[in-house]
Design a protein around this ligand. Structure first.
Ligand code: CAA
Length: 240
């Protein structure tokens, strides 16, 4: 039977590419989203993939969302924690709210989704979790203490949880995208982005499909010996 996969933030950007790739590889995909109903509707019309709305920063909503997907599509075998937001600002200008929103969504959301799916994965003796870190969690980035802290936390979270999952058939890995051609990166001021792209040895922004390729590798049944690792896909910008 086809395995069921949830992709958070799965209707736009990198998440959309991951949802489409998993669907193409035969998974039954639930694409979670939080805010943009129009984009989610367009995504489902285009791809035929079901979209489910909840906020990953809300623990109870994650528990209910995972239960709903399990009831409608089947037991959840794969979680891709891709949902993420930015509230970039220098320390001088960053508000406490801008810190909380990013940490609660990017890192708290990862805990919430893993916790909601974990017991089922343990019972079935199988699971594949892929958490989206970032080059900016590995290397830091001016104007992103909130985002870098949350993404760096993802890498520690992944290494810790992978140790709990390893003897139970559950792998937990991270993907660390560099600068990818998405709405999030398009929000970086052009003069700043120009300097960043100049430092990417491949000489361009990445494509969302290039991140999805790494996720497909990590979730495969055959990848059972890959756990606690980070797949960096950044055009050579940061070699970690
Ligand atoms: N390194 C060093 N100095 C920098 C700098 C940098 N990268 N960026 C800006 N500065 C300096 C400026 O030169 C300026 O210096 P002076 O005051 O001496 O002239 C000072 O910082 C203030 O610059 P700004 O006027 O631009 O400050 P701002 O408050 O308007 O904006 C910012 C600051 C919000 C951080 C803006 O620079 C920015 O958006 N940077 C992009 C951050 C970024 O890369 N975000 C990634 C988003 S994509 C993503 O996160 C996905 C992923 O995983 C990769």
């Amino acid at each position: 039977m086809a395995r069921v996969a949830i992709v958070t933030g799965g209707t736009r950007g990198i998440g959309e590419a991951i949802s489409v790739a998993l669907n193409g590889a035969g998974y039954r995909v639930a694409a979670n989203y939080c805010g943009n109903d129009d984009r989610a509707r367009a995504f489902t019309e285009k791809t035929g993939i079901a979209a489910y709305k909840w906020d990953v920063a809300d623990f109870d909503a994650c528990v209910a969302g995972v239960a709903q997907v399990a009831a409608e599509l089947g037991p959840v075998a794969v979680i891709v924690n891709n949902a993420g937001i930015t509230r970039d600002a220098t320390m001088k200008k960053m508000s406490r709210a801008g810190w909380d929103e990013v940490v609660d969504t990017n890192l708290g959301g990862c805990f919430n989704m893993c916790k909601a799916a974990w017991d089922g994965m343990l019972e079935r003796g199988f699971g594949r979790i892929v958490n989206s870190g970032s080059i900016n969690g590995q290397a830091g980035q001016y104007g992103q203490v909130n985002y870098a802290a949350a993404k760096s936390g993802i890498h520690g979270f992944t290494k810790a949880l992978s140790q709990e999952g390893a003897p139970k058939g559950i792998t937990v890995n991270a993907i660390a995208p560099g600068y990818i051609d998405t709405d999030m990166v398009a929000a970086v001021p052009p003069n700043v982005l120009e300097k960043i792209v100049a430092r990417i040895p491949v000489g361009r922004l990445g494509r969302a499909e290039e991140i999805a390729r790494g996720v497909l590798f990590l979730v495969a049944d055959e990848a059972g010996f890959v756990t606690g690792s980070t797949v960096s896909i950044n055009g050579g910008q940061h070699m970690y």
